[in-house]
Design a protein around this ligand. Structure first.
Ligand code: F6R
Length: 587
């Protein structure tokens, strides 16, 4: 949930670290800090609570000297949001500093042991034990001390450590993301590529337990005590993609990119798609596993496979997947769906599946993520970096990919390509100024509401769930989705005069959802229709094209915009809603 960044090289570290932190802030934003030093000078640590920009004003990070440093932006797990609990943490002498992303599960026993040995702790975090463990063995040298400290840790971690008098950064990853960026003037470490994209596109992806020692003279990587080599790839992502440009927020920028990202998602290697399709044909049991929006895309996927292919796939929330363990065999195929490729619940599901001998295919946006390393194969979304905490463009890309697999299975690949391409203008128009103004008006109608309900059937039920998630997480208005048919089984009791209900309708199930709208209307509900055709039942109409199997794309975009406008009207930063983080690396 946190973001870490490190730099060692020939430039002053603090401005690079500060920029890196800002680019990583979507991973956590309750506190942040930087530690820098020259090989010959003392370590200086500055840290505090708040967003990076606020802390920077108070602490002037950029004035920190040194050509080497580590930095951290936090999303609290162990210990409250306080200055002391912010990273970096130091050992008792203040000569060793670390930043950590993940959870040290055995920190309680390690802390007790270290306190008995005389170490004084300053924070309530699990992470601080790492600095003290390194200190404990420092007599054997910085590298060996780090290696033996890392050996004692249980849990998930990406760690960077520096020490006064040493001109190197030592990093390790296990079940938490860490990538290395190789620039002409130095080496970067970061939880995610956008952090250093401005300086280099050359990236080294790391495996679990890789220990990286980087200094001005180069990099060494060790795994299980042996020196190993890791290839350096060039990423296709562009720095412009990681900037807001003309937009006020990343959320709106990313929503507006969807005409392009949907087109990029269909540009897949045919051989890879064919291989996956063959695996699907031969599988005995197929699961789609994801969290949040990725789960909603999986649910939409299950409808595609049922309708287009007559094939049963099981969409399962990743955090619930272990309950299905008994159905997994070496014939089962599991699709792990995750934008970040780092969601702990998804990775846990991957391990459960692999433990049973099942094949795992990742559907992800991030090459080099844990999912691409741990899965047997991957299908990449090619959406470019998604910085806003909310999934928008990557949700629609996931939907595109699942639909693509379904169509490929019934030999309608080319037809599907043509259908998607013909939707370009339709998607583009959905993000036009006119549409935004129309949705801003709707947001003004809804901004004071405490509850918004959403209904749909079939594919539109998956859209309703995703739409409810978008509204609630960014506007903090309670939004809840129901399958239209379920209304009469309880939720109708919630409808009274003026209760807003957003209804998604489509050609294939129009009559049934119209009946549901009548039920709502009869109780005084205020209906917003998201559909291609107008109806007398609508109090507000959001017109979208009728797109058949691609309806989940055209119907979610207006609600993404509505959620954004609600957030802005309610004074919420849409890129960083409270209590949330982009990559949820804890289970
Ligand atoms: C919602 C949202 C989250 C993510 C979920 C899974 O807008 O962003 O619900 O969809 O945390 O994240 P990934 O796809 O990275 O596994």
């Amino acid at each position: 949930m946190c973001g870490i960044v490190g730099y060692v090289g020939y430039r002053k570290a603090s401005p690079l670290l500060l920029k890196g932190l800002k680019n990583l802030e979507y991973r956590g934003y309750d506190s942040a800090g930087i530690a820098t030093c020259h090989a010959q000078s003392c370590i200086e640590v500055r840290k505090g609570i708040g967003k990076v920009e606020e802390i920077e004003k108070k602490l002037n990070f950029e004035s920190l000297d040194g050509d080497m440093g580590i930095a951290h932006t936090r999303w609290a797990t162990h210990g409250a949001v306080t200055d002391r609990n912010a990273h970096p943490h130091t050992d008792s002498t203040g000569k060793i500093a670390i930043v950590h992303n993940g959870i040290i599960e055995n920190y309680g026993e390690l802390k007790e042991e270290l306190i008995e040995k005389g170490h004084e702790f300053r924070s309530e975090t699990d992470s601080e034990v790492i600095a003290h463990l390194i200190e404990e063995n420092i007599a054997y040298g910085f590298e060996d001390a780090c290696m033996s400290a890392f050996n004692r840790l249980k849990g998930s971690y990406a760690i960077l450590a520096i020490k006064e008098g040493e001109d190197k950064i030592i990093g390790i990853r296990k079940d938490s993301p860490l990538v290395v960026g190789i620039a002409e003037h130095g080496t970067f470490f970061a939880s995610d590529i956008p952090s250093f994209l401005e300086w280099t596109k050359n990236v080294m992806y790391l495996y679990n337990y890789d220990i990286v020692i980087a200094g001005k003279e180069g990099i060494r990587v060790y795994n299980e005590g042996l020196e190993v080599s890791r290839p350096i790839d060039t990423v296709e992502w562009d720095i412009e993609q990681a900037k807001k440009g003309e937009f006020g927020h990343f959320m709106m920028k990313e929503i507006s990119e969807q005409a392009e990202t949907v087109m990029k998602a269909i540009k897949q290697d045919r051989a890879v798609v064919s291989a996956i399709v063959e695996e699907m044909k031969n599988a005995f049991g197929i699961f789609f596993v994801g969290c949040g929006s990725s789960y909603h895309a999986s649910l939409a996927g299950s409808y595609f496979f049922s309708k287009e292919v007559k094939m049963h796939v099981n969409p399962v929330l990743a955090s619930e997947f272990e309950n299905y363990e008994h159905f997994l065999t070496d014939k089962t195929l599991v699709f792990a769906v995750s934008q970040s490729g780092e969601t702990a619940d998804v990775l846990e599901a991957v391990r459960v599946a692999k433990g049973r001998g099942s094949r795992v295919i990742g559907i992800t946006n991030v090459l080099g993520s844990s999912l691409t390393m741990e899965g047997d194969a991957s299908l990449l979304m090619h959406s470019g970096p998604e910085i806003c905490v909310l999934s928008t463009k990557t949700y629609t890309s996931q939907v595109v990919l699942m639909n693509l697999l379904a169509h490929a299975l019934v030999n309608r690949y080319e037809e599907y390509m043509a259908d998607v391409k013909s939707l370009y203008l339709g998607i583009y128009n959905l993000t036009s100024r006119t549409m935004r103004e129309h949705l801003e008006e709707l947001a003004k109608e809804l901004v004071e509401e405490e509850h918004i309900y959403l209904i749909g059937r079939g594919l539109q039920y998956a859209t309703a769930l995703e739409a409810a998630l978008k509204i609630k997480e960014v506007s903090y208005i309670h939004a809840e989705a129901f399958a239209g048919g379920e209304l009469k089984h309880g939720p109708l009791a919630l409808i009274e005069e003026g209760t807003p209900v957003i209804a998604f309708t489509a050609r294939d199930n129009c009559n049934k959802i119209l009946s549901n709208m009548h039920e709502v209307k009869a109780r005084g509900g205020w209906i917003v229709g998201v559909s291609a055709k107008e109806s007398d039942l609508f109090d507000y109409w959001v017109k979208v094209p009728e797109a058949g199997a691609l309806n989940p794309i055209v119907q979610i975009i207006p609600i993404q915009i509505l959620a954004y406008e609600l957030a802005v009207l309610r004074g919420v930063d849409p890129d960083k809603p409270r209590n949330l983080a982009k990559s949820v690396t804890v289970t």
